[in-house]
Design a protein around this ligand. Structure first.
Ligand SMILES: NC(=O)c1ccc[n+]([C@@H]2O[C@H](COP(=O)([O-])OP(=O)(O)OC[C@H]3O[C@@H](n4cnc5c(N)ncnc54)[C@H](O)[C@@H]3O)[C@@H](O)[C@H]2O)c1
Ligand SMILES: Nc1ncnc2c1ncn2[C@@H]1O[C@H](COP(=O)(O)O)[C@@H](O)[C@H]1O
Ligand SMILES: O=P(O)(O)OP(=O)(O)O
Ligand SMILES: [Mg+2]
Length: 254
């Protein structure tokens, strides 16, 4: 049984400790109207009060409900927020490219990262990340985009477990009941793009990663070989997203 009250307490003190160790008092969070950033914003509000600033960064591809849901969180928890549209940057980018949704999505995620780090510099605040454990293991995020942050309080929480935690934190019903989406293009849904529900994926990831079950054991437990391979290959192929760049070792030549 997960003790979400203890998790909440721990994460609030984790945030306070890490931000203070880095020599900061303030934090900045990109708030999308989705579940992950709502959870992180509420935790940060508890930890930093008025020293939290959320940034809402719609583009021409974001749905109207996203911004409404983000504002609902800010109003419910009395969170200070700014709205910075990334539409001009995305429009400029669109002038010189074909209509490739993934490229536009990755570019948008990196524009949001640039805005957050600019605000971080201006306000002397640290960027707090919002990637959950499912996204991090699958590499389902843009490198140097939405994955970029100074600290991440939810990187050990699987998406399918996060809903229960979000309820305890008071995340509004409008967010709890909608499908997870990167909102990078009209109608995008994480689960459609990944080809499975987060529950299906997380059930497998927990056994494969946390319990270190072999493929044979997973097959005996009823998982399909193609599903195991697909998730395993995806994790391996995207593992680089969690590592620092490889630097050439020149020891003996210098
Ligand atoms: N959490 C979310 O909901 C969210 C947010 C943004 C993006 N996304 C999704 O994440 C995915 C992002 O696409 P992506 O992964 O193709 O783009 P990406 O830019 O994150 O990663 C691809 C790039 O990584 C680099 N790379 C590839 N292999 C490497 C290696 N072995 N070592 C070092 N660098 C390497 C290359 O530069 C390559 O272009 C999409 O499916 C997108 O929809 C999800
Ligand atoms: N429209 C947005 N405004 C602010 N921040 C956003 C927006 N869209 C995405 N973000 C940030 O990126 C992460 C990842 O989003 P996914 O929906 O998981 O792709 C999100 O948590 C926000 O911090
Ligand atoms: O990262 P978020 O906040 O956009 O959450 P979701 O992935 O549920 O859209
Ligand atoms: Mg989202």
């Amino acid at each position: 049984m997960k003790d979400w009250k203890k998790v909440k307490q721990y994460l609030i003190s984790f945030l306070k400790d890490e931000v203070s160790k880095a020599g900061f008092e303030k934090v900045t969070v990109g708030l999308s109207g989705g579940l992950d950033s709502a959870v992180v914003a509420i935790l940060c509000k508890e930890a930093f009060g008025k020293n939290l600033n959320c940034v809402l960064m719609p583009s021409q591809f974001s749905s109207q409900s996203s911004i409404e849901h983000a504002i609902e969180v800010c109003e419910k928890f009395d969170i200070r927020y700014d709205i910075v549209s990334i539409e001009p940057m995305v429009s400029a980018f669109l002038k010189n490219m074909d209509n490739d949704k993934l490229r536009i999505g990755n570019f948008s995620a990196r524009m949001r990262m640039s805005v957050l780090y600019d605000i971080s510099f201006k306000e002397k605040s640290l960027v707090v990340g919002t990637s959950n454990k499912s996204e991090l293991l699958l590499g389902y995020g843009t490198i140097f985009g939405d994955i970029a942050c100074a600290i991440n309080p939810i990187g050990e929480i699987y998406k399918s477990d996060e809903f229960e935690f979000a309820k305890l934190l008071g995340v509004p019903e409008s967010i709890l009941t909608k499908a997870p989406s990167a909102d990078l293009w009209e109608g995008q849904s994480d689960e459609d793009e990944l080809g499975h529900t987060y529950k299906e994926i997380d059930d497998l990831l927990k056994l494969m990663v946390d319990d270190k079950k072999s493929k044979d054991e997973l097959l005996k437990l009823g998982f399909e070989a193609s599903f195991i391979d697909k998730i395993n290959n995806r994790m391996k192929a995207n593992a680089f997203k969690g590592k620092l760049p490889t630097i050439a070792k020149l020891g003996e030549y210098l």
